[in-house]
Design a protein around this ligand. Structure first.
Ligand code: ADP
Ligand code: MG
Length: 576
Protein backbone atom coordinates (compact mmCIF):
# COMPACT_ATOMS: atom_id res chain seq x y z
CA UNK A 1 0.00 0.00 0.00
CA UNK A 2 1.29 3.50 -0.79
CA UNK A 3 2.40 5.61 2.16
CA UNK A 4 2.17 9.27 3.07
CA UNK A 5 5.54 9.70 1.32
CA UNK A 6 3.92 8.53 -1.89
CA UNK A 7 1.10 10.98 -1.32
CA UNK A 8 3.66 13.71 -0.77
CA UNK A 9 5.39 12.82 -4.02
CA UNK A 10 2.13 12.88 -5.92
CA UNK A 11 1.36 16.32 -4.49
CA UNK A 12 4.82 17.53 -5.51
CA UNK A 13 4.23 16.26 -9.03
CA UNK A 14 0.80 17.82 -9.50
CA UNK A 15 1.62 21.11 -7.74
CA UNK A 16 0.54 24.02 -9.93
CA UNK A 17 -1.31 21.82 -12.41
CA UNK A 18 -5.04 21.97 -13.17
CA UNK A 19 -7.36 21.10 -10.30
CA UNK A 20 -8.44 17.85 -11.96
CA UNK A 21 -4.94 16.49 -11.26
CA UNK A 22 -6.03 16.08 -7.62
CA UNK A 23 -7.93 13.01 -8.86
CA UNK A 24 -4.55 11.24 -8.77
CA UNK A 25 -4.82 11.23 -4.99
CA UNK A 26 -7.78 8.86 -4.91
CA UNK A 27 -6.85 5.61 -3.21
CA UNK A 28 -5.64 4.27 0.13
CA UNK A 29 -2.49 5.09 2.07
CA UNK A 30 -0.66 3.66 5.04
CA UNK A 31 -0.27 6.84 7.06
CA UNK A 32 1.84 5.59 9.94
CA UNK A 33 -0.57 5.07 12.78
CA UNK A 34 -3.67 4.99 10.63
CA UNK A 35 -5.03 4.23 7.19
CA UNK A 36 -6.05 7.12 4.99
CA UNK A 37 -8.62 6.66 2.23
CA UNK A 38 -9.18 9.39 -0.32
CA UNK A 39 -12.55 8.14 -1.54
CA UNK A 40 -13.70 10.96 -3.75
CA UNK A 41 -11.94 14.06 -4.95
CA UNK A 42 -14.03 17.12 -5.66
CA UNK A 43 -14.20 18.37 -9.26
CA UNK A 44 -13.27 21.96 -8.49
CA UNK A 45 -12.53 24.15 -5.47
CA UNK A 46 -16.15 25.30 -5.27
CA UNK A 47 -17.79 21.87 -5.51
CA UNK A 48 -18.76 19.80 -2.46
CA UNK A 49 -15.48 19.05 -0.66
CA UNK A 50 -13.62 15.77 -1.07
CA UNK A 51 -14.67 12.68 0.88
CA UNK A 52 -11.96 11.23 3.08
CA UNK A 53 -11.78 8.44 5.67
CA UNK A 54 -9.28 7.48 8.30
CA UNK A 55 -9.14 4.11 10.05
CA UNK A 56 -7.31 3.57 13.30
CA UNK A 57 -6.75 0.02 14.53
CA UNK A 58 -8.02 -0.55 18.05
CA UNK A 59 -4.54 -1.72 19.12
CA UNK A 60 -3.37 1.81 18.52
CA UNK A 61 -6.47 3.68 19.62
CA UNK A 62 -6.60 1.66 22.84
CA UNK A 63 -10.18 2.32 23.88
CA UNK A 64 -11.15 0.23 26.90
CA UNK A 65 -13.59 -2.50 25.86
CA UNK A 66 -16.10 -1.31 28.43
CA UNK A 67 -16.66 1.89 26.48
CA UNK A 68 -18.14 0.03 23.54
CA UNK A 69 -19.21 -3.28 25.00
CA UNK A 70 -22.92 -2.88 24.22
CA UNK A 71 -24.72 -1.40 21.20
CA UNK A 72 -25.84 1.62 23.23
CA UNK A 73 -22.39 2.32 24.64
CA UNK A 74 -20.82 1.89 21.21
CA UNK A 75 -23.31 4.34 19.72
CA UNK A 76 -22.53 6.83 22.45
CA UNK A 77 -18.78 6.46 22.01
CA UNK A 78 -19.11 6.91 18.24
CA UNK A 79 -21.09 10.09 18.79
CA UNK A 80 -18.51 11.31 21.28
CA UNK A 81 -15.67 10.64 18.88
CA UNK A 82 -17.35 12.64 16.11
CA UNK A 83 -17.47 15.57 18.53
CA UNK A 84 -13.88 15.01 19.64
CA UNK A 85 -12.80 14.92 16.01
CA UNK A 86 -14.62 18.20 15.38
CA UNK A 87 -12.94 19.76 18.41
CA UNK A 88 -9.54 18.58 17.22
CA UNK A 89 -10.21 20.13 13.80
CA UNK A 90 -11.11 23.33 15.56
CA UNK A 91 -7.82 23.28 17.46
CA UNK A 92 -5.51 22.19 14.66
CA UNK A 93 -6.86 23.63 11.41
CA UNK A 94 -6.09 27.30 11.53
CA UNK A 95 -6.00 28.80 8.10
CA UNK A 96 -7.93 29.21 4.94
CA UNK A 97 -5.60 27.94 2.27
CA UNK A 98 -6.99 29.31 -0.96
CA UNK A 99 -10.31 29.76 -2.66
CA UNK A 100 -13.64 27.96 -2.33
CA UNK A 101 -13.45 25.16 0.19
CA UNK A 102 -9.62 25.22 0.24
CA UNK A 103 -8.27 24.26 3.64
CA UNK A 104 -11.55 23.05 5.06
CA UNK A 105 -11.68 19.92 7.18
CA UNK A 106 -15.14 19.10 8.53
CA UNK A 107 -16.95 16.23 10.19
CA UNK A 108 -20.65 15.78 10.87
CA UNK A 109 -20.58 16.07 14.64
CA UNK A 110 -24.14 17.03 15.42
CA UNK A 111 -25.89 19.27 17.91
CA UNK A 112 -27.55 18.57 21.23
CA UNK A 113 -28.88 15.13 20.32
CA UNK A 114 -26.89 11.93 20.31
CA UNK A 115 -27.64 10.10 17.07
CA UNK A 116 -26.55 7.05 15.16
CA UNK A 117 -24.34 8.75 12.55
CA UNK A 118 -22.33 7.47 9.64
CA UNK A 119 -19.46 9.84 10.51
CA UNK A 120 -17.89 7.42 12.97
CA UNK A 121 -17.91 3.66 12.67
CA UNK A 122 -16.45 1.19 15.10
CA UNK A 123 -15.93 -2.54 15.34
CA UNK A 124 -13.68 -4.61 17.59
CA UNK A 125 -10.70 -4.06 15.27
CA UNK A 126 -11.06 -0.54 13.96
CA UNK A 127 -12.36 2.98 14.39
CA UNK A 128 -13.31 4.77 11.21
CA UNK A 129 -14.06 8.46 10.76
CA UNK A 130 -15.57 9.87 7.58
CA UNK A 131 -15.18 13.55 6.89
CA UNK A 132 -14.54 16.05 4.12
CA UNK A 133 -11.58 18.12 3.07
CA UNK A 134 -11.45 21.09 0.74
CA UNK A 135 -8.39 20.49 -1.39
CA UNK A 136 -6.58 23.81 -1.76
CA UNK A 137 -6.45 25.77 -4.98
CA UNK A 138 -5.23 29.08 -6.30
CA UNK A 139 -7.51 29.89 -9.20
CA UNK A 140 -8.02 26.47 -10.71
CA UNK A 141 -4.60 25.09 -9.96
CA UNK A 142 -3.39 22.67 -7.33
CA UNK A 143 -1.68 24.11 -4.26
CA UNK A 144 0.41 21.05 -3.50
CA UNK A 145 2.27 22.42 -0.48
CA UNK A 146 -0.94 23.49 1.21
CA UNK A 147 -2.49 20.10 0.56
CA UNK A 148 0.60 18.45 1.96
CA UNK A 149 0.28 20.44 5.18
CA UNK A 150 -3.32 19.31 5.48
CA UNK A 151 -2.69 15.62 4.85
CA UNK A 152 0.70 15.21 6.46
CA UNK A 153 0.65 17.64 9.37
CA UNK A 154 -2.89 18.60 10.34
CA UNK A 155 -4.63 15.30 9.75
CA UNK A 156 -2.22 13.13 11.79
CA UNK A 157 -2.52 15.65 14.63
CA UNK A 158 -6.30 15.53 14.50
CA UNK A 159 -6.31 11.75 14.48
CA UNK A 160 -3.92 11.56 17.39
CA UNK A 161 -5.86 14.08 19.45
CA UNK A 162 -9.31 12.66 18.82
CA UNK A 163 -8.95 8.95 18.22
CA UNK A 164 -6.24 7.83 20.63
CA UNK A 165 -7.82 7.16 23.97
CA UNK A 166 -4.69 8.23 25.85
CA UNK A 167 -5.08 11.76 24.46
CA UNK A 168 -8.73 12.15 25.42
CA UNK A 169 -10.05 13.22 28.84
CA UNK A 170 -10.91 9.75 30.11
CA UNK A 171 -13.38 10.89 32.76
CA UNK A 172 -15.30 12.96 30.21
CA UNK A 173 -15.48 10.10 27.71
CA UNK A 174 -16.76 7.74 30.36
CA UNK A 175 -19.26 10.25 31.69
CA UNK A 176 -20.59 10.82 28.17
CA UNK A 177 -21.04 7.12 27.46
CA UNK A 178 -22.56 6.46 30.90
CA UNK A 179 -24.92 9.39 30.51
CA UNK A 180 -26.23 8.19 27.16
CA UNK A 181 -26.60 4.66 28.49
CA UNK A 182 -28.66 5.98 31.40
CA UNK A 183 -30.89 7.95 29.06
CA UNK A 184 -31.63 4.94 26.89
CA UNK A 185 -32.30 2.82 29.98
CA UNK A 186 -34.66 5.47 31.29
CA UNK A 187 -36.58 5.60 28.02
CA UNK A 188 -36.76 1.82 27.86
CA UNK A 189 -38.07 1.66 31.45
CA UNK A 190 -41.04 3.96 30.84
CA UNK A 191 -43.42 1.42 29.33
CA UNK A 192 -43.14 -1.24 32.03
CA UNK A 193 -43.77 1.42 34.67
CA UNK A 194 -46.95 2.59 33.03
CA UNK A 195 -45.35 5.88 32.06
CA UNK A 196 -45.22 7.67 28.74
CA UNK A 197 -42.71 10.34 29.71
CA UNK A 198 -40.34 11.43 32.45
CA UNK A 199 -38.74 14.74 33.39
CA UNK A 200 -35.92 14.52 35.91
CA UNK A 201 -35.55 16.89 38.83
CA UNK A 202 -33.06 19.59 38.00
CA UNK A 203 -33.70 19.45 34.26
CA UNK A 204 -33.26 22.72 32.40
CA UNK A 205 -35.91 22.85 29.70
CA UNK A 206 -35.80 26.33 28.11
CA UNK A 207 -33.44 26.96 25.19
CA UNK A 208 -31.40 30.06 24.40
CA UNK A 209 -33.59 31.02 21.48
CA UNK A 210 -35.76 29.64 18.72
CA UNK A 211 -32.64 29.01 16.65
CA UNK A 212 -30.23 28.06 19.41
CA UNK A 213 -30.91 24.69 21.01
CA UNK A 214 -28.36 25.12 23.77
CA UNK A 215 -29.76 25.50 27.29
CA UNK A 216 -30.85 28.91 28.54
CA UNK A 217 -28.12 30.10 30.88
CA UNK A 218 -29.17 32.93 33.20
CA UNK A 219 -32.59 32.82 34.77
CA UNK A 220 -33.54 29.27 33.88
CA UNK A 221 -35.80 27.68 36.49
CA UNK A 222 -34.81 24.05 37.09
CA UNK A 223 -37.57 21.46 36.90
CA UNK A 224 -38.90 19.90 40.05
CA UNK A 225 -41.47 17.12 40.10
CA UNK A 226 -44.68 17.70 42.05
CA UNK A 227 -44.68 15.10 44.83
CA UNK A 228 -47.87 13.38 43.67
CA UNK A 229 -46.26 12.59 40.30
CA UNK A 230 -42.74 11.97 41.56
CA UNK A 231 -41.22 8.61 40.72
CA UNK A 232 -37.78 7.10 41.04
CA UNK A 233 -36.32 5.13 38.18
CA UNK A 234 -33.16 3.05 38.52
CA UNK A 235 -30.59 3.50 35.76
CA UNK A 236 -27.30 1.66 35.29
CA UNK A 237 -24.80 4.40 36.15
CA UNK A 238 -26.45 7.15 38.14
CA UNK A 239 -28.41 4.91 40.42
CA UNK A 240 -31.95 6.05 41.04
CA UNK A 241 -33.18 9.22 39.42
CA UNK A 242 -36.14 11.14 40.71
CA UNK A 243 -38.46 13.11 38.55
CA UNK A 244 -41.97 13.54 37.25
CA UNK A 245 -43.50 10.48 35.65
CA UNK A 246 -46.31 11.19 33.23
CA UNK A 247 -48.66 8.22 33.34
CA UNK A 248 -50.34 6.60 30.35
CA UNK A 249 -53.67 8.02 29.33
CA UNK A 250 -54.60 11.60 28.60
CA UNK A 251 -52.51 14.33 30.17
CA UNK A 252 -53.35 17.99 29.98
CA UNK A 253 -50.76 20.73 30.45
CA UNK A 254 -52.58 23.90 31.47
CA UNK A 255 -51.45 27.26 32.77
CA UNK A 256 -51.33 30.90 31.82
CA UNK A 257 -49.57 32.17 28.74
CA UNK A 258 -45.76 32.38 29.01
CA UNK A 259 -45.66 30.03 32.02
CA UNK A 260 -43.61 27.35 30.23
CA UNK A 261 -46.19 24.95 28.74
CA UNK A 262 -44.80 24.78 25.24
CA UNK A 263 -41.25 24.62 26.56
CA UNK A 264 -42.15 21.49 28.52
CA UNK A 265 -43.86 19.92 25.53
CA UNK A 266 -40.89 20.67 23.28
CA UNK A 267 -38.58 18.99 25.75
CA UNK A 268 -40.83 15.93 25.67
CA UNK A 269 -40.78 15.92 21.85
CA UNK A 270 -37.00 15.82 21.95
CA UNK A 271 -37.17 13.24 24.72
CA UNK A 272 -37.21 10.51 22.08
CA UNK A 273 -33.48 11.22 21.64
CA UNK A 274 -30.57 11.10 24.06
CA UNK A 275 -28.87 14.43 24.72
CA UNK A 276 -25.29 15.40 25.36
CA UNK A 277 -24.23 15.94 28.98
CA UNK A 278 -24.88 19.54 29.94
CA UNK A 279 -27.84 19.93 27.60
CA UNK A 280 -30.26 20.17 30.50
CA UNK A 281 -32.60 17.59 29.01
CA UNK A 282 -30.48 14.50 29.74
CA UNK A 283 -33.13 13.31 32.13
CA UNK A 284 -36.11 14.00 29.91
CA UNK A 285 -37.48 10.93 28.19
CA UNK A 286 -40.55 10.08 26.17
CA UNK A 287 -41.66 6.78 24.67
CA UNK A 288 -39.79 5.97 21.46
CA UNK A 289 -43.19 6.03 19.77
CA UNK A 290 -43.91 9.63 20.75
CA UNK A 291 -45.00 11.76 17.80
CA UNK A 292 -45.60 15.50 17.70
CA UNK A 293 -48.86 16.28 15.96
CA UNK A 294 -49.72 19.66 14.56
CA UNK A 295 -51.81 21.36 11.92
CA UNK A 296 -50.06 21.84 8.61
CA UNK A 297 -52.31 23.50 6.12
CA UNK A 298 -51.23 23.28 2.53
CA UNK A 299 -49.71 19.81 2.78
CA UNK A 300 -50.34 17.01 0.34
CA UNK A 301 -52.37 14.03 1.58
CA UNK A 302 -52.62 10.73 -0.32
CA UNK A 303 -55.51 8.37 0.36
CA UNK A 304 -55.48 8.56 4.12
CA UNK A 305 -58.46 7.31 6.08
CA UNK A 306 -59.29 10.37 8.16
CA UNK A 307 -62.87 9.27 8.78
CA UNK A 308 -62.42 8.89 12.57
CA UNK A 309 -62.19 12.69 12.62
CA UNK A 310 -63.80 13.92 9.44
CA UNK A 311 -66.83 12.61 7.56
CA UNK A 312 -69.54 13.91 5.26
CA UNK A 313 -67.54 16.59 3.56
CA UNK A 314 -69.58 18.83 1.26
CA UNK A 315 -69.94 17.42 -2.26
CA UNK A 316 -69.65 13.91 -0.86
CA UNK A 317 -65.86 13.78 -0.83
CA UNK A 318 -64.60 10.48 0.50
CA UNK A 319 -62.75 10.74 3.81
CA UNK A 320 -61.99 7.01 4.15
CA UNK A 321 -59.49 7.54 1.36
CA UNK A 322 -58.89 11.22 1.54
CA UNK A 323 -56.55 12.93 -0.88
CA UNK A 324 -55.78 16.57 -1.36
CA UNK A 325 -52.98 18.72 -2.67
CA UNK A 326 -53.77 21.44 -0.22
CA UNK A 327 -55.09 20.27 3.13
CA UNK A 328 -56.82 22.62 5.55
CA UNK A 329 -55.74 23.04 9.15
CA UNK A 330 -58.14 20.42 10.46
CA UNK A 331 -57.75 17.86 7.65
CA UNK A 332 -53.97 18.14 7.84
CA UNK A 333 -54.02 17.60 11.59
CA UNK A 334 -56.32 14.60 11.18
CA UNK A 335 -54.04 13.17 8.48
CA UNK A 336 -50.97 13.73 10.65
CA UNK A 337 -52.58 11.71 13.45
CA UNK A 338 -53.80 8.89 11.23
CA UNK A 339 -50.43 8.59 9.49
CA UNK A 340 -48.62 8.48 12.82
CA UNK A 341 -50.95 5.72 14.02
CA UNK A 342 -50.43 3.85 10.77
CA UNK A 343 -46.71 3.47 11.50
CA UNK A 344 -47.10 2.69 15.20
CA UNK A 345 -47.22 5.87 17.28
CA UNK A 346 -47.85 5.19 20.97
CA UNK A 347 -47.97 8.75 22.30
CA UNK A 348 -49.28 11.91 20.65
CA UNK A 349 -47.84 15.29 21.67
CA UNK A 350 -50.04 18.23 20.79
CA UNK A 351 -49.73 21.95 21.45
CA UNK A 352 -52.70 24.24 21.07
CA UNK A 353 -50.30 26.84 19.65
CA UNK A 354 -49.91 24.77 16.49
CA UNK A 355 -53.33 23.14 16.33
CA UNK A 356 -56.43 23.93 14.32
CA UNK A 357 -59.04 25.26 16.75
CA UNK A 358 -61.96 23.55 15.02
CA UNK A 359 -60.08 20.26 15.17
CA UNK A 360 -59.51 20.55 18.92
CA UNK A 361 -62.74 21.92 20.38
CA UNK A 362 -66.46 22.39 19.79
CA UNK A 363 -68.27 23.72 22.79
CA UNK A 364 -71.86 23.56 23.93
CA UNK A 365 -72.92 26.78 22.30
CA UNK A 366 -71.46 25.81 18.95
CA UNK A 367 -73.12 22.41 19.20
CA UNK A 368 -76.42 24.23 19.74
CA UNK A 369 -75.97 26.55 16.78
CA UNK A 370 -74.35 24.22 14.22
CA UNK A 371 -75.96 20.78 14.29
CA UNK A 372 -73.71 17.72 14.36
CA UNK A 373 -75.11 16.72 10.96
CA UNK A 374 -73.73 19.96 9.49
CA UNK A 375 -70.27 19.62 11.01
CA UNK A 376 -67.92 17.19 9.26
CA UNK A 377 -65.31 17.45 12.01
CA UNK A 378 -65.46 15.38 15.17
CA UNK A 379 -63.16 17.27 17.50
CA UNK A 380 -60.14 15.57 19.04
CA UNK A 381 -61.84 16.12 22.39
CA UNK A 382 -64.35 13.39 21.54
CA UNK A 383 -61.74 10.96 20.22
CA UNK A 384 -58.85 11.22 22.61
CA UNK A 385 -60.23 8.72 25.14
CA UNK A 386 -61.14 6.18 22.45
CA UNK A 387 -57.58 6.47 21.20
CA UNK A 388 -56.31 5.39 24.58
CA UNK A 389 -58.97 2.82 25.41
CA UNK A 390 -59.08 1.05 22.08
CA UNK A 391 -55.63 1.59 20.60
CA UNK A 392 -53.59 2.14 23.78
CA UNK A 393 -52.32 5.45 22.41
CA UNK A 394 -51.76 8.14 25.03
CA UNK A 395 -51.86 11.89 24.51
CA UNK A 396 -50.07 14.79 26.17
CA UNK A 397 -51.79 18.00 25.26
CA UNK A 398 -50.98 21.63 25.96
CA UNK A 399 -54.32 23.31 26.39
CA UNK A 400 -54.67 26.67 28.05
CA UNK A 401 -57.75 27.65 26.08
CA UNK A 402 -60.52 25.16 26.84
CA UNK A 403 -61.58 23.55 30.11
CA UNK A 404 -63.79 21.11 28.19
CA UNK A 405 -60.74 18.88 28.12
CA UNK A 406 -60.90 18.38 31.90
CA UNK A 407 -63.61 15.78 31.24
CA UNK A 408 -61.29 13.55 29.25
CA UNK A 409 -58.04 13.99 31.18
CA UNK A 410 -56.49 11.45 33.53
CA UNK A 411 -53.87 13.90 34.69
CA UNK A 412 -53.90 17.69 34.69
CA UNK A 413 -50.60 19.45 35.10
CA UNK A 414 -50.35 23.16 35.59
CA UNK A 415 -47.28 25.16 34.68
CA UNK A 416 -47.05 27.99 37.15
CA UNK A 417 -44.08 30.31 36.69
CA UNK A 418 -42.19 27.41 35.07
CA UNK A 419 -42.99 25.10 37.97
CA UNK A 420 -45.23 22.09 37.42
CA UNK A 421 -48.16 21.46 39.77
CA UNK A 422 -50.47 18.49 39.78
CA UNK A 423 -53.95 20.06 39.60
CA UNK A 424 -55.86 16.91 38.69
CA UNK A 425 -57.94 17.09 41.87
CA UNK A 426 -58.71 20.76 41.38
CA UNK A 427 -59.76 20.14 37.78
CA UNK A 428 -62.15 17.42 39.01
CA UNK A 429 -63.67 19.89 41.44
CA UNK A 430 -64.13 22.37 38.61
CA UNK A 431 -65.92 19.70 36.56
CA UNK A 432 -68.36 19.11 39.43
CA UNK A 433 -68.98 22.80 39.73
CA UNK A 434 -69.29 23.72 36.07
CA UNK A 435 -70.58 21.11 33.64
CA UNK A 436 -69.45 21.51 30.06
CA UNK A 437 -72.99 20.85 28.88
CA UNK A 438 -71.58 19.21 25.77
CA UNK A 439 -73.08 16.33 23.90
CA UNK A 440 -70.44 13.65 23.27
CA UNK A 441 -69.91 13.35 19.51
CA UNK A 442 -67.30 10.63 19.27
CA UNK A 443 -69.61 7.74 18.40
CA UNK A 444 -69.20 4.16 19.52
CA UNK A 445 -65.60 3.58 18.56
CA UNK A 446 -62.52 5.37 17.32
CA UNK A 447 -62.74 3.96 13.79
CA UNK A 448 -60.28 2.24 11.49
CA UNK A 449 -56.61 2.97 10.95
CA UNK A 450 -56.28 1.83 7.34
CA UNK A 451 -52.87 0.59 6.25
CA UNK A 452 -51.72 1.76 2.84
CA UNK A 453 -49.31 0.01 0.51
CA UNK A 454 -47.25 2.41 -1.64
CA UNK A 455 -46.71 1.56 -5.29
CA UNK A 456 -43.17 1.65 -6.71
CA UNK A 457 -44.16 3.95 -9.58
CA UNK A 458 -44.86 6.75 -7.11
CA UNK A 459 -41.14 7.08 -6.40
CA UNK A 460 -39.10 8.49 -9.24
CA UNK A 461 -35.75 9.96 -8.16
CA UNK A 462 -34.60 10.67 -11.73
CA UNK A 463 -34.03 14.10 -13.05
CA UNK A 464 -32.92 14.92 -16.57
CA UNK A 465 -30.22 12.45 -17.52
CA UNK A 466 -29.47 11.51 -13.94
CA UNK A 467 -30.96 8.28 -12.71
CA UNK A 468 -31.19 9.40 -9.13
CA UNK A 469 -30.95 12.91 -7.87
CA UNK A 470 -31.69 12.98 -4.17
CA UNK A 471 -30.53 15.89 -2.16
CA UNK A 472 -31.29 17.52 1.16
CA UNK A 473 -31.41 21.26 1.52
CA UNK A 474 -30.72 21.78 5.17
CA UNK A 475 -33.04 20.31 7.76
CA UNK A 476 -36.39 20.82 6.14
CA UNK A 477 -36.31 20.04 2.45
CA UNK A 478 -35.55 16.95 0.41
CA UNK A 479 -35.26 17.15 -3.36
CA UNK A 480 -36.33 13.79 -4.70
CA UNK A 481 -35.93 13.75 -8.46
CA UNK A 482 -38.01 16.64 -9.71
CA UNK A 483 -40.13 17.06 -6.59
CA UNK A 484 -39.39 18.77 -3.30
CA UNK A 485 -40.55 17.31 0.01
CA UNK A 486 -41.33 19.95 2.61
CA UNK A 487 -40.54 18.80 6.15
CA UNK A 488 -40.82 22.17 7.85
CA UNK A 489 -43.70 20.94 10.04
CA UNK A 490 -42.03 17.66 10.99
CA UNK A 491 -40.78 18.96 14.28
CA UNK A 492 -38.96 15.95 15.68
CA UNK A 493 -36.47 15.98 12.86
CA UNK A 494 -33.35 17.35 14.52
CA UNK A 495 -30.36 17.07 12.17
CA UNK A 496 -29.77 17.71 8.47
CA UNK A 497 -27.97 14.36 8.44
CA UNK A 498 -31.29 12.73 9.27
CA UNK A 499 -32.90 14.61 6.41
CA UNK A 500 -30.22 13.39 4.01
CA UNK A 501 -30.61 9.83 5.26
CA UNK A 502 -34.38 10.03 4.80
CA UNK A 503 -33.92 10.99 1.15
CA UNK A 504 -31.67 7.97 0.60
CA UNK A 505 -33.91 5.68 2.64
CA UNK A 506 -36.97 6.56 0.58
CA UNK A 507 -35.08 5.51 -2.52
CA UNK A 508 -33.88 2.31 -0.87
CA UNK A 509 -37.37 1.52 0.38
CA UNK A 510 -38.88 2.19 -3.05
CA UNK A 511 -36.41 -0.14 -4.73
CA UNK A 512 -36.73 -2.98 -2.23
CA UNK A 513 -40.03 -2.93 -0.43
CA UNK A 514 -42.63 -0.71 -2.12
CA UNK A 515 -44.50 -3.33 -4.09
CA UNK A 516 -48.09 -2.21 -3.80
CA UNK A 517 -48.85 -4.98 -1.29
CA UNK A 518 -46.57 -4.46 1.69
CA UNK A 519 -48.05 -1.98 4.17
CA UNK A 520 -46.02 1.20 4.62
CA UNK A 521 -45.17 0.39 8.23
CA UNK A 522 -43.74 -2.98 7.37
CA UNK A 523 -41.75 -1.75 4.38
CA UNK A 524 -40.20 1.24 6.12
CA UNK A 525 -39.53 -0.91 9.20
CA UNK A 526 -37.70 -3.39 7.00
CA UNK A 527 -35.62 -0.66 5.38
CA UNK A 528 -34.58 0.62 8.80
CA UNK A 529 -33.78 -2.89 10.02
CA UNK A 530 -31.50 -3.33 7.00
CA UNK A 531 -29.78 -0.08 7.91
CA UNK A 532 -29.35 -1.20 11.51
CA UNK A 533 -28.05 -4.63 10.57
CA UNK A 534 -25.76 -3.71 7.68
CA UNK A 535 -24.86 -0.09 8.26
CA UNK A 536 -25.29 3.12 6.29
CA UNK A 537 -23.53 1.73 3.24
CA UNK A 538 -26.69 -0.20 2.29
CA UNK A 539 -27.91 3.19 1.13
CA UNK A 540 -25.23 3.59 -1.51
CA UNK A 541 -21.58 3.09 -2.40
CA UNK A 542 -20.37 6.59 -1.56
CA UNK A 543 -18.98 5.87 1.96
CA UNK A 544 -20.82 8.95 3.12
CA UNK A 545 -20.11 10.42 6.50
CA UNK A 546 -23.03 12.83 6.53
CA UNK A 547 -25.99 10.61 7.40
CA UNK A 548 -27.85 9.97 10.66
CA UNK A 549 -30.53 7.41 11.37
CA UNK A 550 -34.06 8.82 11.43
CA UNK A 551 -37.01 7.26 13.24
CA UNK A 552 -39.73 5.53 11.27
CA UNK A 553 -42.07 8.45 12.03
CA UNK A 554 -39.96 11.09 10.30
CA UNK A 555 -39.23 8.70 7.45
CA UNK A 556 -42.94 8.03 6.99
CA UNK A 557 -43.67 11.74 7.27
CA UNK A 558 -41.40 12.37 4.29
CA UNK A 559 -43.01 9.61 2.23
CA UNK A 560 -46.42 11.02 3.09
CA UNK A 561 -45.40 14.47 1.89
CA UNK A 562 -44.09 13.26 -1.43
CA UNK A 563 -46.39 14.76 -4.00
CA UNK A 564 -46.03 11.84 -6.39
CA UNK A 565 -46.94 9.16 -3.82
CA UNK A 566 -49.36 6.47 -5.01
CA UNK A 567 -50.85 3.89 -2.68
CA UNK A 568 -53.16 0.94 -2.64
CA UNK A 569 -55.38 0.48 0.39
CA UNK A 570 -55.26 -2.78 2.23
CA UNK A 571 -58.02 -5.11 0.94
CA UNK A 572 -59.19 -6.13 4.34
CA UNK A 573 -60.14 -2.65 5.35
CA UNK A 574 -61.33 -1.33 2.00
CA UNK A 575 -64.60 0.47 2.33
CA UNK A 576 -64.45 0.31 6.12
P1 ADP B 1 -46.41 29.04 27.19
O1 ADP B 1 -46.45 27.94 26.20
O2 ADP B 1 -46.95 28.62 28.53
O3 ADP B 1 -47.07 30.28 26.71
P2 ADP B 1 -43.54 29.04 26.77
O4 ADP B 1 -43.20 27.64 27.04
O5 ADP B 1 -43.59 29.48 25.35
O6 ADP B 1 -44.90 29.44 27.50
O7 ADP B 1 -42.49 29.90 27.58
C1 ADP B 1 -42.50 31.31 27.59
C2 ADP B 1 -41.10 31.83 27.80
O8 ADP B 1 -40.58 31.42 29.04
C3 ADP B 1 -40.10 31.35 26.77
O9 ADP B 1 -39.31 32.42 26.35
C4 ADP B 1 -39.27 30.32 27.49
O10 ADP B 1 -37.95 30.26 27.00
C5 ADP B 1 -39.31 30.81 28.91
N1 ADP B 1 -39.22 29.66 29.84
C6 ADP B 1 -39.90 28.51 29.74
N2 ADP B 1 -39.56 27.66 30.74
C7 ADP B 1 -38.64 28.31 31.48
C8 ADP B 1 -37.90 27.97 32.66
N3 ADP B 1 -38.03 26.77 33.26
N4 ADP B 1 -37.02 28.88 33.14
C9 ADP B 1 -36.88 30.08 32.55
N5 ADP B 1 -37.54 30.45 31.45
C10 ADP B 1 -38.41 29.59 30.91
MG1 MG C 1 -47.31 27.95 24.29
Amino acid sequence: MPTLDDLRRTLGRIDGRGYKAYKDLEGSYQAGEFLLHVDHVQGDPFAAPSRIRVQVPQERAQFPRGLFSTPVRRLALRDYLARAFARAIEAVVRRRRGMGTSGLIAVDAGGQEVLDRSAVGMDPRMIEVRFVMGLPAAGRSVLGREAEAMFCTELPQIVRRALFFANLPAAEVEAFVDCVEDQEALRAALGERGLVAFVGDGAILPRRSGVDERPLGQGAVAFEAPSSLAVEVPVPNRGRIRGMGIPQGVTLIVGGGFHGKSTLLRALERGVYAHVPGDGRELVAALPGAVKIRAEDGREVTQVNISPFITHLPLGRDTARFSTENASGSTSQAANIMEALEVGASLLLIDEDTSATNFMIRDRRMQALVAKAKEPITPFLDKVRQLFKELGVSTILVMGGSGDYFDVADTVLMMDEYRPRDVTGEARAVIRRYGSGREPEGGEAFGAVTPRAPLPEGFDPSRGRREARIDAKGLQTIVFGTTAIDLSCVEQLVAPSQTRAIGELIHYYAEHYADGRRPLREGLGQALRDLDARGFDVLGPGKRGDLARPRIFELAAAVNRLRTLQVRLSRRQDGA
